[in-house]
Write a protein of this length. Structure first.
Length: 351
């Protein structure tokens, strides 16, 4: 850098720059030795020490001294080996002499030096592999003989289809839920009496149905039918209509089967001789319940014949048959039933 001139006139500055002569590095070092009082040649020894610290100048690797960052000389510095394609560095006169046609703006610098202008035509062998073809429009060394680059080489990521066996998902097998412990006969009787008493008070068929299902003992249903008839006829007054409606509802919901009704009626009919002594109206009321279930399709007059066959008192037998026929006759549907079952009715009357 030259000291800034005191005169602002650009013509004077240009004249001074032209008159000044560019000095070589040797001249600069000689002048420095005189100003610093050093012996002649001291700076040359310093220069040779710097070169030796960077590595040998003799032919060898392209970048003597190792890798960048580990010391040594950079390419293009004085004393380094000439590399293919690099601008010529023949001696220590590495400064570019100024000419009259060169202004300060166009002076040597990192962007306008001859070295940079020549480096644009640097041999492509110094470029990274694969970049030569892209920069110059030619193929790289790895693609020699393949012609000009027309499109990038693509590598197919598809793999040959492999037959994959379908996954077999095991079907979960439902384990049977362990049923709760069976209730004893005494507990079932107590629960049956409790739910029937509740039904007689509130007359809710849905709650009664739920209570029967919660008993969890289908084998107890015939006994439930017998207990239901017994409790309803012991009431004062007897609740014939509500108990017949409940049994018909349980039959329609398939909670109580027709076989359960038949067995329950037979169990109660076997006790009717003794019950009729204490409850004289029980045979008549029982016959009305049987008639209502005949209309519902749960039982028929064959069952009535079996029931009175278990009874000894002919008076009670006649009361059961007459009450059942009377209930069936009260309905238009029942009249057709009487006609279809006339033989069974006549057999009951003969008994």
């Amino acid at each position: 850098m030259f000291p800034a001139p005191l005169c602002s006139d650009s013509n004077v500055l240009f004249t001074l720059l032209v008159q000044m002569k560019a000095r070589t590095i040797t001249e600069i070092h000689t002048e420095a030795e005189k100003n610093l009082g050093l012996r002649p040649g001291a700076t040359a020894n310093m220069r040779r020490g710097m070169v030796s610290s960077g590595g040998p100048v003799s032919p060898g690797p392209v970048y003597p001294g190792g890798r960048p960052g580990a010391g040594g000389l950079m390419p293009g510095m004085p004393g380094t080996r000439r590399m293919p394609g690099m601008p010529g560095v023949d001696n220590d006169n590495w400064e570019v002499p100024r000419t009259r046609s060169m202004s300060r703006r166009d002076g040597p610098g990192p962007l306008h030096s001859p070295a940079v202008s020549k480096s644009a035509s640097m041999n492509t062998r110094l470029l990274p592999q694969g970049s030569s073809g892209i920069m110059s429009g030619k193929t790289s060394a790895l693609l020699q003989g393949s012609g000009s680059v027309s499109r990038p080489v693509t590598v197919s990521a598809e793999r040959p289809a492999q037959s994959v066996a379908p996954l077999t998902v095991p079907v979960p097998v439902e384990k049977p839920q362990p049923s709760g412990p069976k209730l004893s006969e005494e507990v079932l009787q107590r629960k049956t009496k409790s739910l029937l008493e509740e039904y007689f008070n509130v007359r809710l068929l849905g709650e009664a149905l739920q209570c029967v299902e919660e008993l969890g003992s289908p084998s107890y249903h015939p006994e439930f039918v017998k207990e239901a008839i017994s409790l309803s006829l012991e009431k004062s007054p007897p609740v014939v209509e509500p108990i017949a409606t409940l049994l018909e509802y349980l039959l329609s919901k398939k909670v109580v089967a027709p076989k359960d009704l038949e067995t329950g009626f037979l169990l109660y009919g076997a006790m009717l001789d003794d019950i009729g002594i204490d409850l004289p109206k029980a045979p008549n009321n029982f016959g009305e319940i049987v008639g209502k279930l005949i209309l519902a399709g749960g039982v028929d007059f064959k069952l009535v014949r079996e029931i009175i066959g278990k009874m000894e008192d002919d008076r009670f037998q006649k009361m059961v048959v007459d009450a059942a026929v009377r209930i069936v006759e009260s309905s238009e549907q029942g009249k057709s039933l009487l006609a279809s079952q006339a033989a069974d009715i006549e057999a009951c009357r003969n008994l």
